[in-house]
Every structure is written in C-alpha cells, then in structure tokens.
Write a protein that binds this ligand. Structure first.
Ligand SMILES: [Zn+2]
Ligand SMILES: [Zn+2]
Length: 371
C-alpha cells in the first residue's frame, strides 16, 4: 500500500492541521460527487484512508512505528465516507453540519391569494385592494428580535459556532462529526431578552391591504407574481413573494375566444327579411350595428377592436356576434292569413335537402357550450 504521507502530499512531520488541509484540498478534487471518474474514486479511497490514519494521534503513532494501518482495513463502499466528507463540507453540501452558524434571518414565505373578476374586468384590466393575512416586521424591535437595549449573546455551549462536535467510532476509526447545537438551534447566539411584542421572532402576524393592478387579458388559473409582497422574513429577513391567482366568472351574455368576445344576436323574422339598425350593449359601452336585409341564422357580424386587450400587447380583439333568426311561435288568425298570403306571393319553396354544413354559427354555439 502506498505511503499515507505521500498520498496526501505532506511531509512526515506535518502538523495535524496541515494533514487536514491537504485532505480537504484532495477530497474536493476527488470526491465522487465532483469527479465521477473511476480513477478518482480509487484515489479518493486512498486519500480518505490515509487521512483517517494520520488524523488520529494514536493511529498515526502506530503507523509511524510500522505497526500497520491503525484503522480497520475494511472500508467497503462510499457510504462510509459520507460522515467524514460531511464533517468537512457539510455546509457546502447543504447539510447544515459544520461550517458557520446559521443565520437567524430567514426569507419570508410566499403567499397565495385568489381574486375573482368578471369579464368586464378582463377587457381593460382592474384594480383591487385585497386583504391578506401575513407576517409584517415587528415595529417594536424592528426585526432585531431583542428587547430594546439588549442584543443576542454568544452561545455558551457551542461558543458561537452553532455546532457541537462529537467523536464517533466508525469503520474508519474515530471520526469527529459535527451537529447543530441544541441550545442555540444552530444560530451560534441566544436571545436572553426576547422582544415582548413578537416573542423574539422579529415579525408579527397581521392583516395587510395589498393594492393590486390586474392587467387586461388575464384568464382563470393565471398566477400573477408580486415579488416582495409576501410574508416578511424572520428576524428582518427578506420578504417572500405574493402570488395572485385569478378566477374569471362566467358572463351571462359574453364568452371569450382568445382575445375575441362572442355573443348571440337574436333577430326577429321581419328584421331579418327587411334589415334594420340597432344598438347593442358591449362590455365597454354601446355598439351600433347594421343588420342587412336577408341576414341568415349563422351569419357572424364582426365588430373590430371591441374585444379583450391581450395580456401582452395593446391590439384589442374583436366582438363577434352570431345571428339567430327567431321564428314567431304564437300568431293570431290575422297574422296567419298574412303569412299564408306572403307564402303564396313569394312562391316559397317546399322544404328541401341540401348538403350538410357545419356553419359558423353552430361552431360558435359549440364554443359557447364549452365555456
Ligand atoms: Zn419584536
Ligand atoms: Zn450553541
């Protein structure tokens, strides 16, 4: 087996600190998470084993005297190295072990609120003031968590590191592991006189009014993100984000098709025959319409630019109105005679088959059913 000092690249009289530094440097290069190569894995085993032997005073002395490895030779897979690696690099690995104490400041949570709009709001956008239950900065301590004139003190137990070290026996010999200090919860400091208003949290629950500008063109299910409008963080940490989920209620008359608005226009039989002018009420005011003589059920009248302003863009969609000619169902005998006379004079044809046509109007109606 290679010489442990050579493996680590240190002299035979290297201090424990130098050995530690050498191991760290090599482990950073060779750890399988960083360097997936087969050779690196073998070298990492050697390096870790060498470190394990030389970092412990007893086993190093035995090794120096030629008494063999000192540590158990059987060190199977990488599982056994996890502890050592985490001891050194725990914080970098996100494990929270070792390294610096954790910060009391935490980012606030994101919040979600729902707003209900009607189609009219969607056409132009809308403004809402909504109440949200959230956390706001504690004004008594201004996020410091401490009573006035006091401040956090260094934790007696961990000496401010936020971690306590523990020696454990492993397959590789004695290994020092580090775990969060239970006394200060890993913060490295304790708060002897917590702020009475917030109980040492630096923030309090509160109901807050958020002013919302909802853009035109939104749809049900869309989430708007308001960065920094969520909960205030613990101990003066940064705010979370506020998400606003939009829900659009169905309108009794108008439906939406992309940026277009759809509606049905019922036209009486005489108006359909003779043509007429009329005014309909759009979502944004009156619209003058001319119905040509002889208009048919299924004809679509398009009013340009009276639809929805898209979410991205300024060009409004159209208002499309599908004509439905309404056949009278109740007529008196005088009216009946007039219609019979009309039929005779116009030589109205008998009902006849024609090719099946999926007219525009029936397409519109299908859309209406799904909205
Ligand atoms: Zn406070
Ligand atoms: Zn502590």
């Amino acid at each position: 087996m290679a010489d442990h000092y050579e493996v680590l690249g240190v002299s035979r009289d290297a201090s424990t600190d130098e050995i530690k530094k050498a191991y760290r440097r090599l482990a950073r290069q060779l750890h399988p998470d960083v360097n997936p190569g087969e050779d690196a894995a073998e070298q990492f085993k050697l390096v870790t084993h060498a470190y394990d032997v030389l970092s412990d005073d007893d086993s190093r002395r035995r090794y120096d005297m030629g008494g063999g490895d000192g540590a158990a030779g059987n060190f199977g897979g990488f599982g056994g190295f996890g502890d050592i690696f985490e001891t050194f690099f725990g914080a970098a690995q996100g494990g929270g072990r070792g390294g610096r104490p954790r910060s009391r400041r935490e980012r606030g949570q994101d919040a979600l609120v729902r707003v209900t709009l009607d189609l009219g709001d969607v056409v132009f956008g809308a403004h809402r003031d909504i109440e949200v239950d959230t956390a706001v900065l504690c004004e008594t301590c201004n996020g410091s968590c401490c009573q006035e004139g006091t401040s956090p003190v260094t934790c007696d137990i961990c000496g401010g590191s936020g971690h306590v070290q523990r020696q454990v026996r492993s397959l590789l010999g004695n290994v020092v592991t580090s775990q969060p200090c239970g006394t200060c919860e890993g913060y490295g400091t304790t708060i002897p006189y917590p702020c009475g208003t917030c109980g040492g949290q630096g923030r309090v629950r509160s109901r807050r009014t958020v002013s919302l500008d909802i853009p035109a063109g939104v749809e049900t299910g869309l989430r708007l993100q308001l960065p920094g409008s969520g909960e205030v963080g613990k101990a003066g940490g940064p705010n979370g984000d506020l998400y606003v989920e939009v829900s659009v209620t169905a309108h009794p008359t108008f439906s939406r098709d992309g940026d277009d608005l759809l509606a049905t226009l019922e036209v009486s039989m005489p108006d359909a025959i003779l043509g007429t002018e009329t005014t309909i009420q759009g979502l944004d005011g009156d619209v003058d319409l001319e119905i040509r003589a002889g208009v048919q059920s299924g004809d679509v009248l398009t009013i340009k630019g009276r639809g929805i302003t898209p979410l991205r863009g300024t060009q409004r969609g159209d208002l499309r109105v599908g004509v439905q000619v309404v056949t009278p169902t109740k007529i008196d005998s005088a009216q009946r005679r007039l219609i019979e006379d009309f039929a005779k004079k116009t030589k109205a044809p008998a009902p006849q088959l024609a090719q099946f046509q999926q007219g525009l109007f029936s397409k519109l109606r299908d859309r209406f059913r799904t909205h």
